[in-house]
Ligand binder design. Structure first.
Ligand code: IPE
Ligand code: IPE
Ligand code: MG
Length: 232
C-alpha cells in the first residue's frame, strides 16, 4: 500500500463511557479497551504499520480514584504477563515511554520482562505510553542531556532533545488517532506531534475494530503533507 503512515499513535479514549452505556463499572470498560488495543495492534501490524504508540496511562491519570488507578496498574501488569506470547509470536518489539520510576514494582517488572524478551524483533514496534506526559518527557530529555555532560555550556539543540526522548528510535508519529469524540492532545507526544496528521472518531475505544483502523489509514492516505513547504 502506498502512503501508509510509518507511525500511528492512538489516544485510546472512551472506556468509561462504554462501560456506562452498558451499565457496567468503569473497570469493565478498561478491560474491553485492552482487548480492543490488542485487536488494533494485530490489524495494524498485518497491514504493515511499522510503529505503533498506545496511550495507556497519562501523568494526569493519577488524579482518578485510588481504586481505578489500582485497577489500571493491575490490568497493565497482568496484560503484559499474559500477552508475552502474543508479542513474541507476532515478533513485535515492545518498548515503554513515560516516567518508569514512579510505576508500581509489578508494572516495572512486567515492562522490563517484555521489553527485554522482544528487544531483538525487527517487525512492528509497539510503544506503550504508561505514566506518560509530553511535558514530563521533554523535561526528562533535557535533564538527560545535562546528566550526560554536566559541564555543558553550549545551547541545547533540537536534535539533542529528539535523541533524548524516551523512544528516540521511533520516527515522529505521522498520524494521531483519538477515539470517543474528544479533539485534544491531553499531553500526548507534544514534541513529536509537530507535523502529525490528526484523525478523530466518535466511536468509543472498546468498540474499535479493523474497519475503524482502515478508515483512519485511508483518511491519512488522502492528506497532502507539506511540512511548511510547497508540496502541491
Ligand atoms: C481511556 O478511557 C483510558 C484511560 C484514560 C486510562 P477513559 O477512562 O478516559 O474513558 P472516558 O473518557 O471516561 O469515557
Ligand atoms: C487521555 O485520555 C489519556 C489516555 C488515553 C491514557 P483522558 O481521558 O485521560 O484525557 P482527558 O482527561 O479527557 O483530556
Ligand atoms: Mg477519557
Amino acid at each position: 500500500m502506498k502512503n501508509l503512515p510509518l507511525h500511528i499513535a492512538f489516544i485510546m479514549d472512551g472506556n468509561g463511557r462504554w462501560a456506562k452505556n452498558q451499565g457496567k463499572p468503569r473497570s469493565a470498560g478498561h478491560r474491553e479497551g485492552l482487548t480492543a488495543a490488542k485487536r488494533i495492534v494485530k490489524a495494524a501490524s498485518d497491514i504493515g504499520i511499522k510503529y505503533i504508540t498506545l496511550y495507556a496511562f497519562s501523568t494526569e491519570n493519577w488524579k482518578r480514584t485510588e481504586d481505578e488507578v489500582a485497577f489500571l496498574m493491575n490490568l497493565i501488569s497482568r496484560h503484559l504477563r499474559k500477552e508475552m506470547d502474543f508479542y513474541v509470536k507476532n515478533r513485535i518489539r515492545v518498548v515503554h515511554s513515560g516516567d518508569f520510576s514512579a510505576l508500581p514494582d509489578s508494572v516495572k517488572y512486567e515492562i522490563t520482562s517484555v521489553t527485554e524478551a522482544t528487544a531483538g524483533f525487527k517487525g512492528t514496534a509497539v510503544n506503550l505510553a504508561i505514566n506518560y506526559g509530553g511535558r514530563d518527557e521533554i523535561i526528562r530529555a533535557v535533564n538527560r542531556i545535562y546528566d550526560k555532560s554536566p559541564e555543558k555550556r553550549s545551547p541545547v539543540t533540537e536534535q539533542e532533545i529528539s535523541e533524548n526522548l524516551d523512544c528516540a528510535d521511533f520516527p515522529d508519529p505521522d498520524l494521531i488517532v483519538r477515539s470517543a469524540g474528544e479533539r485534544r492532545l491531553s499531553n500526548f507526544l507534544l514534541w513529536q506531534c509537530a507535523y502529525a496528521e490528526f484523525y478523530y472518531s466518535d466511536k468509543l475505544w472498546p468498540d474499535w475494530d479493523k474497519s475503524d483502523l482502515d478508515a483512519a489509514v485511508s483518511s491519512y492516505r488522502n492528506r497532502n503533507r507539506k511540512f511548511g513547504g510547497l508540496n502541491e
